[in-house]
Design a protein around this ligand. Structure first.
Ligand code: FAD
Length: 469
């Protein structure tokens, strides 16, 4: 049983009030869902111990989710919506008195509409189960985050996620057509799926990226696509990082949208690909769709890459990337080896991307304790692209490791702001980026706080994440 009296009383009260609700009270289950994958909270737990929520509930319907929220609002009990806990920014972090609202039992596809090419799904469905089920019917949504096996479709929407094939299929906000959301008041809001509509501002976007602070997704409708007939990928070594960036810019400018575009700097290319014997950056591109489209796109892309000095290194590195692309590293294992590492993803226009890439790599490498600062580009647009930085430092003392961690984040984010980029391309804000939200949003931060107060006047929805109101 949960050791806290408050937890036991809360659990009994929830069971009494909400018919059939699964209420979990054992310490291990609650502990497993009291934080996400944020590296800093793991370090902090080694210094101060890991806080645990009061109770865990596992609803099976939208009505139960709404009833939990209504109860929490009435009793002023904080609630942490929980998908599968793969967030990396500390959006899930218990302080001790919360209800963790785990939606992972709401995990079914409700309907596939073959004519409209849409799917209706419950929020807790695991991404890999979802794509597998679509695949069996001859479809894909085209959303392939590295974390597809450990994240939920509702979590994708709550964090504005991005998948590895985003250059072709778009990001989650292009995929979600409609949703049902439970509000703090216990009301259920339906934002109907429409091909497109001009009924004022698009309200579903208020909830996308709101990280459980404005409402809980209880159902989602996404657009889907017939599964690709053909895939074709190649790797190229590039003479310089800037030549690789220029090749990507020209590919997008010409109107090509290969599913996968990944440019690794020399450090990451060396870490990941045997072809990099000459210490050069490596560019992977992969097209998918109808055979005619794939063939013409692949040929045009290869010509653009060659014009920037790219040397064709064959299909091997793409095949190897496809095999290993969903690997989930163990942060615990890294820490036990005396290493601290994290990834920081940002985005910027093509005119400043080379400067940002080089400046962060230089400034990051200069931080005492950091022995590798590197990056890759993995989501490209006509206007610019993301950069996914990774730093690795050797430090076994958790307090000292936290200081290095904070310096690496500050350096990366403040350099991004200095050069005019966005501080978050797809992982969200959580707790790790909160202090810089105003730098990007300016006065609009007050508007976000106003929205929070409107949707959640008693401040019960995931307090501490994204925005304080
Ligand atoms: C190894 C690894 C690789 C990753 N790769 C990618 C990647 O390629 N692309 C990418 O975008 N992200 C990636 N991530 C980050 C993470 O997987 C995403 O942020 C994902 O969308 C989180 O989904 P989840 O179900 O695990 O959400 P959780 O971690 O459970 O929750 C995330 C946030 O969403 C809220 N939330 C969850 N479910 C709901 C709901 N139904 N309604 C309202 N709020 C909800 C939570 O309160 C929290 O604020 C990666 C993470 C790891 C560890």
């Amino acid at each position: 049983m949960n050791s806290t009296n408050a937890g036991t009383t809360l659990a009994a009260s929830l069971k009494r009030e909400i018919d059939g609700l699964e209420v979990v009270t054992d310490d291990a289950s609650i502990e497993a869902k009291s934080r996400d994958y944020w590296m800093r909270s793991l370090l902090q737990s080694r210094v101060e111990g890991a806080p645990r929520a009061a109770v865990l509930v596992r609803p099976t319907s939208a009505a139960q989710v709404a009833a939990v929220l209504a109860y929490a609002d009435r009793t002023r009990t904080p609630v942490i919506p929980f998908g599968l806990g793969s967030g990396v920014c500390g959006a899930v972090l218990a302080a001790g008195n919360e209800i963790v609202l785990d939606v992972s039992r709401m995990d079914k596809i409700l309907e596939i509409n073959d004519e409209n090419l849409t799917v209706r799904v419950e929020p807790g469905m695991r991404g890999s189960d979802f794509e597998e089920a679509l695949g069996k019917r001859g479809y894909t949504m085209g959303h392939w985050p590295q974390s597809i096996g450990i994240s939920s479709v509702g979590g994708w929407c709550a964090t504005r996620a991005s998948g590895q094939y985003s250059t072709l299929y778009g990001n989650i906000e292009q995929m979600m057509l409609g949703c049902e959301v439970a509000l703090a008041s216990g009301k259920l809001l339906k934002l109907c799926p429409m091909t497109r509509s001009a009924t004022g501002p698009d309200l579903k976007h208020l909830f996308m990226g709101s990280e459980g602070t404005l409402g809980v997704f209880t159902e989602l409708t996404f657009r889907i696509h017939p599964a690709a007939q053909k895939q074709a990928g190649r790797a190229f070594s590039m003479p310089t990082l800037r030549a690789g960036l220029e090749a990507l810019r020209l590919i997008l400018r010409a109107g090509w949208t290969p599913a996968v575009t990944r440019l690794y700097d020399a450090t990451e290319a060396g870490r990941n690909f045997a072809v990099n014997a000459d210490g050069k950056p490596v560019l992977l591109v992969m097209s998918e769709g109808t055979a005619a489209r794939v063939d013409s796109e692949a040929a045009a892309i290869a010509a653009i890459i060659a014009s920037q000095g790219g040397v064709d290194r064959g299909e091997g590195p793409v095949t190897s990337w496809l095999e290993h692309r969903n690997h989930v590293p163990s942060f615990e294992k890294l820490l036990s080896q005396g290493l601290v590492a994290d990834t920081i993803e940002v985005a910027i226009g093509w005119d400043r991307i080379g400067d940002l890439f080089e400046t962060v790599n230089e400034r990051g490498a200069a931080i005492e304790g950091v022995f590798a600062m590197s990056g890759h580009v993995s989501h490209c647009y006509t206007q610019g692209a993301n950069i996914y930085f990774t730093f690795v430092a050797a430090e076994s003392d958790p307090r000292a490791a936290m200081a290095i961690y904070d310096r690496a984040w500050k350096t990366t984010i403040e350099t991004t702001i200095e050069l005019g980029g966005t501080i978050a391309h797809h992982h969200g804000i959580g707790r790790v980026r909160k202090e810089w939200l105003r730098d990007e949003l300016g006065e609009a931060v007050a508007l976000l706080a106003d929205l929070k107060r409107t949707f959640d006047p008693n401040g019960i929805m995931n307090p501490g994440a994204l925005i304080d109101a």
